[in-house]
Ligand binder design. Structure first.
Ligand code: PMP
Length: 314
């Protein structure tokens, strides 16, 4: 997976992949005390461009803030660091993973005194739920693990330790032959996938849930709401039940890694027509037109990376 990655950005410098190490006593390794982001850089006619870097970095800072982690760089500095990392590795497109975590000082649960370290990793990452998944849809199952609620941990933050809940859910789903898990919230409503938000289509209208259902508020979800509205489709935001998914015309997941992935089956029940539906196809098309810069209405969502030789950076 990381074969094509030579350079990593760490605490203000571009370093070799092999040098980007963390000590076994790091607080984050023991307690998951870090926050991260996931973004994608897409190939466009004007060079590589990061999709909605501002929205992702803002979520990065707010995730850190909830946990009292002070990121020792400004948003502008991190935006520049993302660009440096992409051009050092000479990518036309890639996935981008900024992470900020507590390093080594104490193993008391209170991270007092622990240094805050910031790393940006980049690597080529194909469709998260597979190219076939994008075209024909994925098979999902209701997880026996519930999504935690915001009185337990802040669901709108993207923190390292929080992903143990997703790990349990996806591992269970895959072990039972499914592509992805669907987690319910603690009231029994639909929350989200282990790494994706959910949309359903009924009578030509889109429905999705929000933070009331313990979801991470996805940047892709936000983009899809805007794309749908610009197409003249209505989008209703509110709680969703399993019955809504079982009786819908179409359903799809959204996420940076998963992009817009149709859902074709839930626990042996055909969802919608059991294939990518026509509205899902239009949303996918609009999404990729935006990420590739083909649709100029969404140029504001793209942050173009100027090419620069790696030697100039290291
Ligand atoms: N929910 C969870 C739990 C996720 O991990 C992700 C991926 N970041 C999403 C939703 C989708 O968020 P985004 O569209 O910002 O990638």
């Amino acid at each position: 997976m990381f074969d094509q990655t030579d350079w990593v950005w760490k605490d203000g410098q571009i370093i070799r992949w092999g040098d980007a190490t963390v000590h076994a006593s790091a607080h984050a390794l023991h307690y998951g005390s870090g926050v991260f982001e996931g973004m994608r850089c897409y190939e466009t006619e004007e060079g590589p461009a990061v999709f909605r870097v501002g929205a992702h970095l803002r979520r990065f800072y707010s995730s850190a803030e909830v946990y009292g982690i002070q990121i020792p760089f400004t948003e502008a500095e991190l935006q520049e660091a993302v660009a440096e990392c992409i051009s050092a590795n000479n990518y036309r497109s890639c996935y981008i993973r900024p992470i900020c975590y507590y390093g080594s000082d104490t193993l008391g649960v209170h991270p007092r005194g622990c240094p805050v370290e910031v790393v940006i990793l980049t690597w080529p990452w194909a469709a998260y739920l597979g190219d076939d998944g994008l075209k024909t849809g994925v098979r999902i199952t209701v997880s026996p693990w519930l999504k935690f609620n915001s009185q337990m941990v802040p669901t709108t933050a993207k923190a390292c330790g929080q992903y143990l809940n997703s790990l349990l859910a996806v591992r269970d789903a895959v072990s039972r032959g499914y592509d992805e898990a669907l987690l319910l919230d603690s009231d029994g409503y639909i929350a989200e996938g282990s790494g994706e938000n959910l949309f359903i289509v009924r009578d030509g209208r889109l429905h999705t849930n929000d933070e009331q259902s313990s979801i991470l508020l996805g940047v892709t979800r936000d983009a899809v709401i805007r794309l749908a509205e610009d197409m003249g489709l209505e989008v209703e935001v509110g709680r969703l039940q399993l019955g809504d998914l079982l009786s819908c015309d179409e359903a799809f997941f959204t996420g940076t890694a998963a992009e817009v992935t149709p859902i074709r089956e839930l626990d042996g029940n055909v969802v919608g027509g059991g294939a990518r539906g026509p509205i899902t196809a239009r949303i996918q098309e609009a999404f990729f037109a935006a990420t590739s810069g083909r649709d100029s209405r969404y140029k504001d969502w793209l942050h173009y990376i100027a090419s620069r030789p790696a030697e100039a950076l290291v």
